[in-house]
Design a binder for this molecule. Structure first.
Ligand code: NDP
Ligand code: GDR
Length: 345
């Protein structure tokens, strides 16, 4: 019998890579989708035709219980969130509801369907359903030690980071209170050609492709000195799956251990198409955050030793992969527009 997985956040970057990975491993995969006509659902359904869908919203407890009951999954991956950090200053209450309380709702759905009640303490995990929570390096915020590991204390710098810390602790609490097999992956920034256009790496790769084709000239960025540990999303979903295959549940830090600045991302991307980044990048103080996370770097020693996980794509390869992908897409669109303008089909 093949295993069954339920993924929230299926229309997002990680949802798509994780679904592909699990299907490759022989799983049946369901994606939780919200809204009566979500255009992103059509896109992912075209990309991954083997996927099944179930309705639900992290804001709606009943819908989550119904979804878990219908799918009867072996594994639940809770990736759904409002994931763009600046949005969490604009709508802090909504972000807290989805990214924080939403985790609690998903855990409650798993607990109810599994029939779990209070743990008698200790012993092996109980219940059939294993739960993965998408925790974030944003919980470290103003870092207390570098690189950051599982034991590094949290000092989140945004409502997003605070909500993620709640999700992290409540997952630990369900493990301790109910004996649930629940784990959190503390993932550092990971990117890909499927990354949302609002995040800095994709904003850069999209702009570079447009500038190279003469369709725009300037790229406005905020803090060029912010340092991140950027990896490839396709590598990181392997770690999510491995975490749920361990005998004992545990939380793991996942990152490459290499740090780069925003300005390095811009330089590599522009250089890849033979351009000088300094001629095109404009610093816009309006894009600087109210409380910035200046630097993040992962110590993934535990994930490497205990899960046998290793990243395969480095930062330069990642930026070049994203630029190449956007350049192909932008060239196709330009050719299409030219065809339309000249009428020569
Ligand atoms: P995306 O922003 O690409 O995807 C977010 C997903 O969440 C979308 O599918 C969206 O669906 C869904 N979602 C939003 N609101 C709700 C809701 N109310 N109910 C159900 N689903 C909802 O994020 P990523 O794929 O990049 O990240 C996946 C997870 O990992 C997120 O939780 C993120 O916070 C976390 N994370 C990401 C990192 C990264 O670098 N990518 C690093 C660390 C953690 P819809 O189409 O309906 O809007
Ligand atoms: P982050 O990713 O906030 O780390 O969260 P993002 O790519 O948005 O920012 C990274 C760093 O770049 C700086 N920056 C800019 N960022 C954006 N978006 N746009 C700009 O123009 C710009 N200029 C400079 C930012 O200030 C920041 O320091 C991502 C998300 O995927 C979260 O959901 C996830 O939890 C964390 O990564 C780990």
């Amino acid at each position: 019998m093949s295993k069954r997985a339920l993924i929230t956040g299926i229309t997002g970057q990680d949802g798509s890579y994780l679904a592909e990975h699990l299907l490759d491993q022989g799983y049946q995969v369901w994606g939780l989708c919200r809204g009566q006509a979500n255009p992103r659902k059509d896109r992912i359904a075209k990309l991954i035709p083997e996927l099944s869908f179930v309705d639900g919203d992290l804001m709606d407890q009943g819908s989550l219980v119904s979804a878990v009951d219908l799918v009867q999954p072996d594994e639940v991956y809770n990736l759904g969130a409002i994931s763009f950090v600046p949005m969490s200053w604009q709508q802090p209450e909504l972000v807290t509801e989805v990214n924080g309380t939403g985790v609690l709702r998903m855990l409650e759905a798993v607990r109810m369907v599994s029939g779990l009640t209070k743990s008698s303490g200790g012993g092996p995990p109980r219940g059939q359903i294993r739960f993965y929570q998408a925790s974030s390096s944003e919980m470290y915020g103003k870092v207390a030690e570098s690189p950051q590991r599982e034991t590094t204390s949290f000092h989140p710098r945004s409502p997003y980071g605070v909500a993620k810390a709640f999700g992290h602790y409540i997952t630990q609490n369900y493990r301790e209170s109910y004996g649930m097999y629940g784990v959190s992956g503390i993932l550092f920034n990971h990117e890909s050609p499927r990354r949302g256009a609002e995040f800095v790496t994709r904003k850069i790769s999209l702009a570079v492709s447009q500038i190279k084709l003469g369709l725009m000239d300037k790229l406005h960025l905020g803090n060029l000195d912010a340092e991140r540990d950027w990896g490839f999303a396709g590598d990181y979903v392997r770690a999510m799956h491995l975490m749920l295959q361990q005998e004992q549940p545990g939380d793991y830090v996942v990152g490459t251990g290499a740090m780069h600045r925003v300005r390095d991302a811009a330089r590599i991307a522009f250089e890849h198409v033979g351009l000088d980044w300094q001629e095109h990048v404009v610093v816009d103080p309006g894009l600087v955050r109210p409380a910035e996370v200046e630097t993040l770097c992962a110590d993934s020693g535990n994930a490497r030793r205990e899960l046998g996980w290793e990243p395969e794509v480095d930062f330069e390869q990642l930026m070049r992969m994203m630029v190449e992908s956007d350049l192909r897409q932008a060239s196709r669109e330009r050719d299409y527009r030219q065809l339309l303008a000249t009428g020569s089909w």
